[in-house]
Design a protein around this ligand. Sequence first.
Ligand code: ADP
Ligand code: MG
Length: 477
Amino acid sequence: MSLTLKQLWQTILVRLKPTISLPSFKTWFQDTGILEKNGSEIVIGFPTPFSKEWVEGKYHIKIFQAAKEADNEIETIKYIISPSLANPESPFKVTLESVLDETDEKKVRKVRNKNEVHIGSGLKSRKLSIKYTLDNFIVGKDNRLAHAACMAVSNMPGGIYNPLYVFSAPGLGKTHLLQAAAHGIINSFPDSRVVYMTAEQFTNEIIEAIGKRRTKEFKDKYRTADCFVLDDIQFLENKDMSQMEFFHTFNDLYDSNKQIIVSSDSPPKDLDGFKERLKSRFGMGTVVEILPPDYETRFAILKQRCQDLEIVIDPEILEFIAFHMEGNVRDLIGVLMQVVSQSTLSSVQPSIKLVAEILRTQHKIQNIHDRNNRLAELSITSGLTMQRIIEAVSIYFNISKNDLIGPVRKREVLMPRHVCMYLIKHELDHSYEKIGEVFGNRNHTTVLHAYNCVAEKLKTDFRLIRDINAIKKEMGI
Ligand code: ADP
Ligand code: MG
């Protein structure tokens, strides 16, 4: 008995599912179906060009194997775009619910409901996220110390880095590192009892224990931990009861050489509303700060995120995001995720313009409104002019045209200005004198120097090459 197209695709999907991560499977195979089968060829439809391209590029071999297992006759697979698959009535599409079984659903539910794990003697810990490991934390100069300290602690808890105090502004990886250290300790010492919780949960538990008159149990419980990790201790600000309880737990654990790791948004001395004695305890071990990552680290974080999600995005796009999203890594990744979802929704390949639009809505680029209008203008202007190059460079680096060509000598303006002069010379071959005039009557030797400087750097500086290519691409050359 031969299968209907729908049944065939269902069978293939069931075989494909275990070979792909569940989130990827759900993302890329929603609204898909086999549209035709002609002898040994099957035609698989995707609702958007984007999903078609990614699945074809990424999963072809796996699909082929699954297809072969389902029907040995299949020899070739054709991938096409079929927007009608997004229609709920489409006769071809297979709903993923029919492919995901109960255990898959349970897996999802379990993560949602089971935020806690029991680790013996009444001890509970918040569930650690498998996403946070020391291996997938990108190390740069701004977080190297914090990463190294967590690494050391996971190999030797209760050693010289005790207590470990990690602080930073929001979104720079404290929770990631704390959970990764907790994982690390469990890996090194599988029997150790590692408690990870946020200061907010700690406080809630205390309140609950007081309500139930079980403070003694509460006190005893945490003292049996081998490692106690408390995230976001700034939450204990002005909460005397919680502070006191933590202080006693801290002392007991510390005296028995148990590892304590805490994170906060400020250094111990700047913690407001904290008892002095607790602040001084925090300062007894190692205090490390995480600073906002530099450009290279930001770029590496984005690249790794794409790898984790099994998606391919033009490096230029990642560079553009990394260039503009300074500071908070959570926001940096957030922009990447928006780019992915919006381009999937609107079935277009992500472009610099799309990213610029997203950044504008997040107010991450000043004057981005102007910037978009200017970009639009650029695309309708035909022929390359000196003004167009100045415009494109100013947009790309988010520096005003006045700053770019004016007398300002700030560091962040110098490189874009050199790039701009270089591009004008290179693309339009205007004289150095003329270029100098446009750039606030600078001497022609200044322009010559800038040109040589960029030309020399281009031999080795990969990032500069990318920047220049991206600008040229935006100008359509
Ligand atoms: P915090 O606790 O300091 O507010 P998080 O640990 O929640 O910050 O980090 C925010 C997000 O950024 C998380 O998804 C985290 O995995 C990611 N992140 C931060 N720094 C890095 C890094 N250096 N490498 C990889 N991911 C990072
Ligand atoms: Mg956090």
